[in-house]
Design a binder for this molecule. Structure first.
Ligand SMILES: NC(=O)c1ccc[n+]([C@@H]2O[C@H](COP(=O)([O-])OP(=O)(O)OC[C@H]3O[C@@H](n4cnc5c(N)ncnc54)[C@H](OP(=O)(O)O)[C@@H]3O)[C@@H](O)[C@H]2O)c1
Length: 291
């Protein structure tokens, strides 16, 4: 039995679908089993006897976290700590999702798992605190750091762009932040691989779409695919701009491309190029057939 915590979130949804498609028996919980309540977690574990926990729950409001520091830490550090202690007690592995925002953005080359962290936002700091609790508490833990996640079942950059490109004649998109988008379905596939292999290769792994881009490059690809599939009907001119033209409450790392060398070697997988994944995603949502 695989227990997916945060199953109603964007990634949680895709993990549930992917694991079930792989023939794995899953149980999904979300806010009704509050990760802040050790007794609620323990009672659910008693009921379902999980063999694995996949934690997709989190506080993910990056900008709001600057004002809701306490809440961000509660969920991303303390809630994760509750899951970690439970998994350790049950002696079962946990797969947990972390973020490229644990880095400060000053690197100029793809970030390996042992690259120095230095989060520059409350969200990034709270996620890093959760990773540390897990590493300190759990013997059997996989922490997967991912980036720029989009998927069918959540609000994300792709949906925002499609909406804006259908409404506006021109659009400015930030061109001075580099990273790589990740389709939640691809990440869910990695999670299925780890569980199906019954892997004991515990540790931190990086996973995002292959090859780098800026948000501007990503927006242009969304536009191109949107025109091709018919998801975008009008014409919209997309212009590059700098982060300073779009001030956000939380600072984002200027560079956060994750190296996938470790994950590819350890799990013998290939990582799809972000351009290929966005194409499949947009064709799928257009035809309503990616479920
Ligand atoms: N989205 C990105 O771009 C991105 C990038 C890198 C890494 N990540 C990481 O990837 C993971 C999945 O992200 P996501 O975008 O799929 O997140 P999401 O859509 O916000 O899903 C998180 C889920 O956790 C639930 N949750 C919140 N508080 C809870 C609690 N106390 N107990 C149980 N469940 C609770 C949320 O419910 P409510 O929605 O009702 O609050 C939501 O259903 C997270 O760890 C995130 O940090 C995301």
């Amino acid at each position: 039995m695989i227990w997916i915590i945060g199953a109603k979130g964007m990634l949680g949804h895709d993990v549930s679908l992917t694991l079930e498609k792989s023939g794995l028996t899953c149980y999904g919980s979300d806010k009704e089993v509050d990760i802040l309540s050790p007794s609620a977690l323990a009672a659910k574990a008693e009921e379902i006897s999980p063999d694995w926990i996949v934690n997709c729950s989190a506080y993910t409001a990056v900008d709001r976290a600057e004002d809701e520091t306490e809440l961000a830490y509660k969920l991303n550090r303390d809630g994760v700590g509750n899951i970690a202690r439970l998994a350790n007690k049950l002696d079962i592995p946990v797969i947990h999702i972390s973020t490229d925002y644990v880095f400060d953005g000053t690197s100029e080359t793809p970030l390996a798992e042992d690259a120095p962290t230095g989060p520059i936002s409350v969200y990034g700091k709270s996620k890093l605190a959760g990773d540390k609790v897990l590493m300190d508490t759990c013997e059997k833990v996989f922490i997967i750091r991912t980036a720029w996640l989009y998927g069918q079942f959540g609000s994300n950059f792709v949906y925002t762009m499609i909406k804006l490109m259908n409404k506006l004649d021109t659009l400015k998109v930030v061109a001075d932040q580099k990273g790589s988008p990740t389709w939640s379905r691809d990440l869910a596939g990695l999670i299925a691989t780890i569980i199906q292999a019954d892997s004991t290769e515990y540790g931190i792994f990086h996973y995002s779409g292959e090859e780098d881009c800026s948000w501007y490059d990503f927006a242009r690809e969304i536009y191109r695919e949107g025109k091709e599939t018919g998801l975008i009907s009008g014409n919209c001119l997309i212009n590059p701009c700098s982060s300073s033209e779009f001030p956000t409450k939380a600072t984002r790392p200027a560079y956060s491309l994750l190296s996938k060398d470790k994950v590819k070697t350890v799990f013998s997988i290939s990582v799809p190029k972000w351009q290929d994944s966005i194409k499949i995603f947009m064709k799928g949502i257009n035809n309503n057939d990616i479920i």
